[in-house]
Structures are given as C-alpha cells and as structure tokens.
Design a protein around this ligand. Structure first.
Ligand code: BGC
Length: 414
C-alpha cells in the first residue's frame, strides 16, 4: 500500500489548532531565479511571513528545473527533505509512489479546491484521489515572443504558423537581423520541439507521439517533417547559442538583438520585469493552430517531522491557492491563475489571450500537457525523447536518422 502521511491530523479539523501551537516554518526548494521569477516568488515569501511564517529559501538556478531535481534527490536520499518543493506533473506521482509525499487534502477540502480548479488540471495535483500538491499557475509553452519594433520595421506580422515563422525568419535573415534567440540547453531544444510537434501534427498527433509514445506516430512522415523543421530553426540561431540560459535569450529579444524567442510565458515575466508592454514593445503569438501546451507549477509537500514544519506546509498550501496571491504572482510570472474565479481584467493582452485560448482549447479537446516541462511523461521516457531531440539539433543528423533513434530510445525507456 502506498504511504500517505497526513500532514497533520489537525488538518481535518481546520488550520487553527496546529497554527496556534507552532510557528509555521518552510524550507522551499524552487528554481525561480530569473528577474521575473524572483519577483513572483517574492510575493509568496512576503505573504508567508505576513501570516507568521518563517521562509527558508532554497533556490537552485537552472531553467526547466533539472538542477533543482538533482538537488531534491540528494536531499531526500540523505533523509532531509525540504518542506515544500516546486514540482510538476508525473514527477509528483513518482515521488508519491516512493512514499515521500504528504497529503494536503484537509486544506483542499476546507478551501474548496475541487470547485476552484479546472477539472482538466486537477488530476496532476492528486495522489490516489487526495490533493498532494498545490498549484500556483498555468503556463502556456507554445508561444513566439517577438520584438515589435523589429517586426514593424520589416513589415512582418507576428507569425501564427511554422510556415509564417519560416517566411518571416528568411526575410529577417536577408536584412541581416538574427531571427531566433535560443539557448542551447536540452530542455530548451525540447521546448521548441514540442511546439513544432503540436503545430505541424495537430493535437491528435501530439497525443499519439508525446503522450502515448505510439511507435507509428514516432516513425511517421509527420515526425520526419518535425525534425526537418527543427533543422530549419537551427539555421535561424546564432553561433553562440550553446549553453545560453533562457532568460539571456529573452534579453536578446528585449534588446533588439534578435526578433523572436520560442518559449513558455515565463519569458513574458522577463519582458514585464524590464518594463516592456505587450502589444507595444513586444508581441505574443502561437504557431500551434489552436493547440495549447501547458504546464502547472505547483508545490508538493514532503514528509517532514516537527509541528512547525507541518504547520508551514498547511499555511503554504492555503496561501498558494489564495485568490489575491494567484493574481499578483501570475502578473509577475507571466502565467495565468490556476484558480478559475480570479478576474483576468487586471491582466495584460497576452495573459488575457492565454486565458481565452485555454478555454477554447478545453472545449475543443486541444489542451495538451507539455512533455518538455514534465507534464506528459515520466522522467525516464521524457529523457529518452529529449536526448534524441537535442542530439539531432546539435549535429548534422538527418531527420530520418533522428526518427529511427527516437523510436528505439522510446522503446528502450518503456
Ligand atoms: C517552469 C517555470 C519556469 C521555467 C524556467 C518551467 O519548467 O514551469 O516556472 O519559470 O521552467 O525555469
């Protein structure tokens, strides 16, 4: 039987009992270290301390969270898990299956989370039917961010398909302008790849290829087209892209050194932190024809000793889903609230667009969990796909060879 520690039996009775006894403590492991990310997490730190808690910050730099996950494993193996950890998708279930996670069902019931969260994302946050993670947001991944001055000078509209993107990039290259700011890290290559899969293949193909890992889809002509488009994108990137952090690539678009970046909407947090306005200084568009690739950042609560730390978990879970917190955090982070009842009136153009597209995608069945950001596949399987994607992007491997390697790597990971 899987073990689920009830964070405190007092949970079922409400928060007051434990909170009165112990001062809430939380050591929080996350990877929000860029300008926009740090501004966002600061909102939670402040709310936590205003509510009597003591926050010990454990930031582990590294976009996409690979370094943070390595740090987490070392902590858990040494028997000293952090109180709360930024986690996503199937990795929540994986930690739960190892017996490492506690339940926050008491807080979730008291605060009515089942009514407040979209049905489509609840399953990511539950372990054996009980909430084991508290969501902070919904990020959209498949965005093209563009420098509006460059596009206007070149007479280019924000691209809404890969064909439009390629035409725009060719034109810009002809004018001596770098089309695409990209950081050569495996997770960033994977971020491009899944947007290409969704855009060229559509939602059914995406599901077959990157959720079901269906061999026919992985070896199809469409997948060959996907790798060819990846090769085309590689041609739009500068020579110094290797190892560049994602926020430095965003800065290239902000500063007019490149026209586009393809990245999740945490990039918007960087534009906002730099004082830039969507629709004026920069544009957002999606190449995915109605598909919506998403991830949900959340905090999972590890089994910890001590009433103060358990009280910290309860307080953090409650604050994370607070209505005002979900608004202010996401205004900084670039994402949209996970809570359904937060008004989008205070959000800027791209935030409102994301929310509208999300609702349409839910209605149309076009809502797709991101493989590159840990929402679709277990770690070993996602790693197998990413290894091939990044090996292809960083070599002269043909699309046909990549497809063959992809099929083999996926089969071996299952
Ligand atoms: C996370 C974001 C984070 C981004 C860059 C994504 O996987 O979901 O919260 O801002 O990585 O580090």
């Amino acid at each position: 039987m899987k073990k689920m520690l009830m964070v405190s039996s007092a949970l079922a009775l409400g928060l007051a009992t434990t909170a009165a006894k112990a001062e809430p403590q939380a050591e929080v492991l996350h990877w929000w270290t860029s300008g926009g990310e740090a501004a966002a997490v600061k909102v939670l730190m402040e709310e936590f301390s205003e509510n009597g808690g003591t926050w010990t910050d454990m930031p582990v730099a590294g976009g996409g969270g690979d370094a943070a996950m390595t740090a987490l494993r070392a902590r858990v193996l040494s028997g000293n898990a952090p109180t709360a950890v930024q986690l996503k998708g199937p990795s929540i279930q994986e930690w739960y299956e190892e017996g490492a996670l506690g339940s926050i069902q008491g807080v979730a019931e008291a605060e009515n989370w089942d009514e407040l969260l979209p049905q489509a994302i609840q399953y990511h946050l539950k372990c054996d039917g009980e909430y084991c993670a508290a969501p902070v947001n919904i990020h959209r991944i498949d965005w093209i961010w563009s420098n509006s001055a460059i596009l206007e000078d070149a007479g280019i509209e924000p691209p809404k398909s890969w064909d439009e993107f390629n035409a725009a990039a060719e034109k810009l290259q002809g004018m001596g302008i770098l089309p695409l700011a990209h950081g050569g890290q495996a997770w960033q290559d994977a971020t491009l790849f899944e947007a290409v899969v969704a855009g060229l293949g559509g939602p059914d193909f995406y599901r077959k290829a990157l959720i079901d890992l269906d061999q026919d889809a992985l070896t199809s002509d469409t997948m060959i087209d996907v790798f060819n488009q990846m090769r085309t994108l590689r041609g739009y990137v500068d020579d110094n892209f290797s190892g560049r952090d994602w926020n430095l690539a965003t800065a290239m678009v902000i500063n007019g050194e490149a026209a586009f970046q393809i990245m999740g909407d945490w990039a918007k947090g960087e534009f906002i932190a730099a004082g830039k306005e969507p629709g004026k200084d920069f544009f957002c568009s999606s190449p995915s024809g109605g598909s919506y690739l998403y991830n949900v950042d959340s905090f999972a609560f590890f089994n910890v000793d001590g009433e103060d730390r358990q009280a910290g978990q309860q307080l953090l879970a409650k604050l994370t889903m607070g209505k005002n917190f979900q608004k202010v955090f996401n205004l900084n982070k670039g994402s949209i609230p996970a809570r359904l009842d937060v008004s989008m009136d205070d959000f800027e153009f791209c935030g409102r667009q994301s929310n509208a597209d999300l609702n349409t995608a839910i209605d149309n069945g076009f809502l797709l969990p991101s493989y590159a950001h840990g929402m679709a596949l277990r770690g070993a399987q996602a790693g197998a796909v990413t290894d091939v994607v990044t090996a292809h992007f960083n070599s002269d491997m043909s699309a046909e060879q990549a497809v063959e390697q992809l099929a083999q790597a996926v089969a071996a990971s299952q």
